[in-house]
Design a protein around this ligand. Structure first.
Ligand code: RB5
Length: 162
């Protein structure tokens, strides 16, 4: 797969290791920085990775910041992106099995190297289960379409919802 990798300054130190791991696992890594330890705004990096995923220029993305949260919030604004904030084996694996996550987000500050490596490997190797989970993921996509329609003046919001 083609995997875009992006970090802000908090992830700068581990970026190289993550890129190498992705390559070692047999994938092509597209390194989108940041390329110096100087402070940058995480939404800029999240946008660069997320739009590549959204446009199909890469298969998936990996985003790293201090907590993993800002990157995740920003990336999920981009259509077609399902970014998951992961912090252990279970969240990394289940975000693939059930949510078909296409962007892995995690904290550079709070997780150890071995855990990070394991999460990346699991996340890259775990397939989406499909079935009932596909129905649910399709409903997420449908929400995006509703937002688009709402923004263009129409209203596709259900009259009454649970
Ligand atoms: C940067 O200081 C920090 O806010 C960022 O790395 C991230 O944790 C945001 O969610």
């Amino acid at each position: 797969m083609r995997i875009a990798v992006g970090t802000d300054h908090r992830g700068f130190e581990i970026r190289g290791r993550v890129v190498e791991l992705v390559q070692r696992l047999g994938h092509e890594a597209i390194d989108l920085g940041t390329f110096s330890p100087d402070s940058v705004d995480y939404p800029d990096i999240a946008a660069a990775v997320a739009w590549k995923v959204s446009r199909g220029e890469v298969d998936r993305g990996i985003l790293i910041c201090g907590t993993g949260l800002g990157m995740c919030i920003a990336a999920n604004k981009v259509p077609g992106v399902r970014a998951a904030p992961c912090h252990d084996d279970i969240t990394a694996e289940m975000s693939r099995r059930h949510n078909d996550s296409n962007v892995l987000c995690f904290s550079a500050d709070l997780l150890g190297e071995r855990l990070i490596d394991r999460m990346i490997e699991l996340w890259l190797n775990t397939p989406f289960e499909g079935g009932r989970h596909a129905r649910r993921v399709n409903k997420i996509t449908e929400l995006e379409h509703q937002v688009e329609q709402e923004q263009h003046g129409g209203s596709s919001t259900p009259a009454a919802g649970p």
